[in-house]
Structure formats: C-alpha cells, structure tokens
Design a protein around this ligand. Structure first.
Ligand SMILES: [Fe+2]
Length: 200
C-alpha cells in the first residue's frame, strides 16, 4: 500500500444482541456510552426481503461506536454463549491505573465477575462479559508503553517470519497449504452470500 493511507479509525464494531433494551441498559447505564441511534427496520438492506430488526449504535465519546443488531425472528440462546477472548474481544481504554481499578469496582458492583488487573507488560487489563457473551476488556497503558511498543514494533516483522517457520507444519496439518497461502476473497462463500443478498 503506497498511495492509500490506512482507514483513520473504527467507525463501529457490530455484533448480534439478545435484546435491544438489555443491551441499552448495559452499554448506556453500566458502561456510560451514549445511545445515538436505535433504528427500527422492516426489511433487509439491499435485497428488501422482509426482516424485522433493530440496529443500535452507542457512541464512545471520540466518534467511534459499538453497534448491535436485535433480530427477534432469529433469536437463539446459543448465539450468546460466553465467547472465548481468544476468538474475539473488544478492548476499551482507561486513562490511568486508578481509573482502571475504579472500573473494576464499578463493574463488580453492577454486574459481578470482573477479573483483577492482569499485567501484560505494555498494558494492564481487566476482563468481563457483556449480556451478549462478548468478552470485553478495559486496558490501561503501562508507564513504559512507548518504549515497549517501540521495541515490539522493530521486532514485529521478524517475529512473524520466525513464527511462520516454527508453526507452519503444524498449521498445514490443521488446515491446508492452499488455505494458508490464500490471498484473495472473491471466491469465498460468505462473499457469494453477500452478493446474492445484494449488500455488495
Ligand atoms: Fe486485548
């Protein structure tokens, strides 16, 4: 990528939710975000197929949003099992360790089951779940964050090369060389589904 600069920020991350009002309670009353849209739709975007759903947007204070879909006809509890943070999590940022500890106390009081701060060296984080099974993190930069990241950044590309060498055989046995070397997405099933629903 030479002429095009990278996108400037995350406008929104979007997830499925069990219930619009339950999700509003959590993100507005517990997390303190601002509900800026609750859009009630009767049809699917693009295809126009009948679909009753609500699209919610919560603003985080800097123009970034976290968004949700509530689709009553598709509601199934298995979509909201607690999901491993390795698979997916969202990390919000606190400005000091004191603020991080205040978040821990607040969340323990409001929802319970919040981890103690975990020291990741470059950041310190607490972990908890939203009502939809999404693993959430509040993180605070260590006082040596800039120096640690400068060093990590210099090593990052070499680290991936070494990692690839070290794990390639194991990875090939779990998937395939073809999948590991894939660099295009237009033949993928999910793209075909998006095209057939007229979203793209
Ligand atoms: Fe994280």
């Amino acid at each position: 990528m030479q002429k095009l600069s990278c996108p400037k920020n995350i406008h929104h991350l979007a997830f499925l939710c069990r219930d619009a009002e339950q999700t509003r309670w959590f993100y507005e009353e517990v997390m303190g975000f601002k509900l800026v849209a609750a859009l009630d739709f009767e049809s699917s975007p693009g295809s126009g197929e009948p679909l009753e759903y609500m699209h919610l947007f919560f603003e985080m204070g800097n123009g970034d949003h976290i968004a949700f879909f509530d689709i009553p006809d598709d509601l199934q509890e298995s979509d909201f099992n607690l999901e491993s943070g390795f698979k997916k999590h969202v990390a919000f940022e606190a400005s000091s360790m004191e603020e991080l500890n205040r978040w821990k106390d607040h969340l323990n009081k409001e929802i319970g089951n919040v981890s103690d701060p975990i020291n990741h060296e470059f950041v310190h984080s607490i972990y908890f779940y939203d009502p939809n099974g999404i693993n959430l993190e509040i993180t605070c930069r260590d006082k040596n964050y800039e120096n640690i990241m400068k060093k990590d950044s210099l090593e990052a590309h070499d680290n991936i090369k070494n990692w690839t060498k070290k794990t390639r055989l194991k990875k090939e046995s779990k998937t395939s060389l073809e999948m590991l070397n894939e660099r295009k997405v237009e033949t993928k099933d999910f793209i075909k589904r998006l095209q057939s629903s007229n979203i793209i």
